[in-house]
Design a protein around this ligand. Structure first.
Ligand code: DAS
Length: 361
């Protein structure tokens, strides 16, 4: 009897000491770092200039992903990082084929349990477009963060290294899960849908002027204050996994004294969809309307957008969309309306269904 009582006490003591040892070990072991893959595509963040004060007139897309990672050793303290050089281009040359390659690689990687998030280094000129395209076709809730810089890697106060460090810690964070594709420059977290480049050269160029950023990155931590309200990533109906081309969709820009020649030429080139970057609330100049209407009659899908940059292009506002069978582009910029229309055309040519998509994404 006495032996049983002692052996029960000894077992309890051993169990207690074992738990204490485990807790102590857990405290001493560093927290498990997230696995983040950096997909490099080029741009200024990979650019080099002749001198440390060369901030324009440099060469974009010259530094490889390995050198980008080596230049920021602090990254290894916030994530286990691997790098892939997907392309090495200035982003003014980004094309649909690049987007399809990138989207497929992102989806393959994010389907792997050993990948927690992805950073895409990218030129700033079309960064917002790549981000929005991925926002509509990535099939994972894991973070995808698109990052660039406004100064080349050789410049005084180059913004690339800190932008890359912030992008990696954001991509490895739990806070970023499920928020859609994000854009991170200048210590700010922007949504892929609403961000746009607002200045040709300054480091604070990326803004969502009226709708605002999602949050900040400060002291190595992301702080979110809002989330996107439109559907994205796993919520979308778009799947590019089996596509090798995307429908040709073009943009015609309106201005005073504009005639129909651009619309006619774009339609003649084989466009399946046309975004009209109208003046004001998507207004159709009298000389252009007949060309757009004729294009619609040939089966081209027309989206009325606006060159203004902010605000909603209202359906049946400046034009009778019901009568013309046009689509109103909501508040998407012409360049983002082109992306949504391109993906819409992989699913349907029904303008009512496409209009619903412009109210959903
Ligand atoms: N040409 C620009 C581009 O690649 C450089 C940059 O800003 O990244 O987008």
């Amino acid at each position: 009897m006495l032996f049983q009582r002692y052996s029960r006490s000894a077992a309890a003591l051993f169990g207690f000491l074992f738990c204490v040892a485990l807790a102590a070990q857990a405290q001493t072991q560093p927290a498990k770092l997230p696995n983040v893959t950096i997909l490099a595509t080029g741009g200024t963040i990979a650019g080099t200039g002749a001198t440390s004060t060369t901030t324009v007139g440099y060469t974009a897309a010259t530094v490889g992903v390995g050198a980008l990672i080596q230049a920021v050793p602090e990254i290894t303290k916030v994530a286990n990082v691997t790098g892939e050089q997907v392309f090495q281009i200035a982003s003014e040359n980004m094309g649909n084929e690049h987007w399809l390659t990138l989207a497929k690689r992102v989806n393959v990687l994010l389907a792997q349990a050993n990948v927690d998030g992805i950073v895409i280094t990218h030129g700033t000129d079309t960064l917002e477009e790549t981000a929005y395209f991925l926002n509509l076709v990535v099939k994972s809730k894991k973070p995808v963060v698109v990052v660039g810089s406004m100064r080349p890697s050789t410049a005084l106060s180059a913004d690339g290294p800190i932008n890359l460090y912030n992008a990696v810690l954001l991509a490895g964070s739990q806070e970023a899960v499920g928020r859609g594709v994000l854009v991170a420059l200048n210590d700010q977290i922007q949504s892929a849908r609403d961000v746009t480049k607002t200045n040709t050269t300054t480091a604070d160029t990326f803004k969502a002027t009226e709708l605002g950023m999602l949050g900040y990155i400060q002291g190595g931590k992301p702080y979110f204050y809002r989330s996107p309200t439109r559907k994205h990533t796993v919520e979308t109906e778009f799947d590019v996994s089996s596509l090798s081309v995307l429908p040709q969709v073009e943009i015609a820009y309106a201005h005073a004294n504009v005639g129909p020649v651009a619309v006619e030429a774009l339609v003649a080139s084989g466009a399946k969809g046309l975004v009209h970057a109208g003046v004001g609330n998507g207004s159709l100049p009298a000389k252009v309307r007949p060309a757009l209407s004729a294009a619609r009659k040939k089966g081209v899908i027309i989206v009325r957008s606006s060159r203004v940059g902010q605000g909603i292009v209202a359906r049946n506002g400046e034009a009778n969309d019901d009568e013309l069978d046009f689509v109103a582009g909501d508040n998407l910029s012409p360049q983002k309306a082109r992306i949504l229309l391109m993906l819409a055309l992989t699913k349907t040519t029904n303008t009512k269904d496409i209009q619903k998509m412009f109210g959903t994404y």
